[in-house]
Design a binder for this molecule. Structure first.
Ligand SMILES: NC(=O)c1ccc[n+]([C@@H]2O[C@H](COP(=O)([O-])OP(=O)(O)OC[C@H]3O[C@@H](n4cnc5c(N)ncnc54)[C@H](O)[C@@H]3O)[C@@H](O)[C@H]2O)c1
Length: 417
């Protein structure tokens, strides 16, 4: 175990926009945190992180293209995995095997098997893992959970989660082309099928099942579902899942739908999720609300809200620093809880747990269960909008062979678990 101020050495794996943000925040959220590696398979990426860190640390992080270089270095305590989603599970398992702690972005896995392997590896190698679901470090998430568990909302009757993003951009599939200079396309693909370079895959990976669970579902609804699960006391997987929807607004041939409605049977209550990308009148929580102790979102048009209906009132809960409010008879305001956008608190919690070896606010067990809610919904949709049942004994899929087959992602040789 490390002391409260002992040096922590980090490596960044995947130096895109989010990776750069997270590593800079981790490096400065606590004393004595250094970054030794910035790893990206694309030579064009990571320059900003290296420049900023060099100035702050007085030495430059090493720029590398193979994560194994950092994993093999005994100086490295923890790695920060901010690659596209198809790499999250494998990079996490490899890191655990190399005795590294892990910060891994959401959606943390893309299949039931991947999630199981991540959870097993973390437990076996006794690693500290923080998933990138930062609402779990928010003051409003803790107080919403406590409010509900105290019984003040009454019995939970039904839960409605929304991730209705503003309108999507236009999209057109570009032709295959030669690999850009400085990009290791083979390593970028990693466990996914080996296909020729295509800029629409590389730059818009959120639009392909091979690399993602979709921009609205994996990219955003994963946060909403995770916050809902936390507020509700971290229920296990649903007993059954059904997902309808399609590509209904932007009919441009993308395989990821732009509109999905999911019904989960959570046992004592149903939970529904609306995930879509169509209306500019739907807004994420604005900046002035994210960083305010007093302001709440306009709930009716807030695109990432959760409505928890109890027998004594309804709770509106928002991510991104939105907070929560409970209304009763005649829309009387019964109670409320506020707090800031929680990124910094989340990063601080990770560094503290690396030193103390305590469980993080967003442990891999919960990150995986929240990811599976998204993955199961996508499997129901992809199997032809068919219902699927979940076996609670081993979380396997029942009554939908197509979904079970689709969940079995085949990693390429050299990229298996
Ligand atoms: N928690 C949040 O609020 C939040 C916000 C934004 C993004 N994210 C998540 O962060 C992750 C990254 O998102 P982004 O927008 O920065 O994506 P991005 O595509 O801009 O960056 C990903 C980077 O990973 C690199 N990469 C791919 N394979 C690699 C490998 N094998 N080894 C090393 N580098 C590799 C790519 O070259 C790219 O530079 C995603 O999972 C996304 O969902 C989370």
């Amino acid at each position: 175990m490390k002391g409260a101020n002992d040096k922590i050495t980090l490596a960044l794996i995947g130096a895109g926009g989010r990776g750069t943000q997270v590593i800079l925040s981790l490096q400065q959220c606590s004393e004595n945190v250094e970054v030794k590696y910035v790893c990206d398979v694309d030579r064009e990426r990571g320059g900003n992180a290296v420049k900023e860190l060099s100035g702050r640390q007085g030495f430059s992080p090493l720029k590398v293209s193979d994560m194994r270089t950092a994993y093999d270095d005994k100086d490295v305590d923890a790695v920060v995995i901010t690659t596209p989603e198809h790499w999250h599970a494998l990079a996490t398992v490899w890191a655990c095997e190399a005795q590294k702690d892990v910060f891994v972005e959401k959606n943390v896995c893309l299949s039931l098997k991947e999630g199981k392997r991540m959870t097993e590896a973390a437990a076996h190698y006794k690693r500290v893992i923080q998933c990138g679901t930062q609402n779990r470090s928010a003051a409003y998430a803790f107080s919403a959970r406590d409010y509900i568990s105290s019984g003040k909302l009454g019995a939970i009757v039904t839960v409605k989660a929304y991730c209705m993003l503003p309108g999507d951009r236009k999209w057109a599939l570009k032709p295959d082309s030669s690999v850009p200079d400085g990009l290791d396309w083979d390593k970028w693909l990693g466990p996914a099928e080996n296909v020729p370079y295509n800029v629409s895959r590389h730059k818009a990976w959120y639009d392909w099942w091979a690399y993602s669970g979709g921009a609205a579902m994996s990219g955003d609804a994963s946060h909403v579902i995770d916050l809902a699960r936390m507020a509700l006391g971290n229920p296990g997987l649903p007993r059954s899942v059904y997902c309808a929807g399609g590509r209904v607004i932007f009919r441009d041939g993308r395989e990821i739908p732009d509109n999905q409605t999911v019904v989960y049977d959570m046992g004592t209550y149903p939970l529904t999720l609306e995930a879509s990308q169509y209306g500019d009148y739907l807004k994420k929580t604005p900046q002035e609300v994210r960083y305010s102790e007093e302001l709440f979102p306009e709930w009716r048009t807030n695109s990432a809200r959760i409505e928890i209906y109890g027998t004594k009132g309804v709770m509106f809960l928002g991510r991104h620093g939105g907070g929560w409010q409970v209304f009763g008879n005649d829309w009387e305001l019964l109670d409320e809880g506020k707090g800031f956008f929680p990124d910094e608190a989340h990063h601080k919690n990770f560094i503290e747990c690396i030193r103390s070896r305590k469980e993080t606010n967003a442990p891999v067990t919960e990150g995986v269960l929240s990811a599976q809610m998204i993955n199961l919904a996508n499997l129901s949709y992809r199997s032809g909008k068919k219902y699927l049942k979940v076996n609670p004994a081993d979380n396997s899929i029942e009554e939908n062979n197509e979904a079970a087959a689709l969940d079995n992602r085949y990693p390429r040789e050299g990229y298996g678990f």
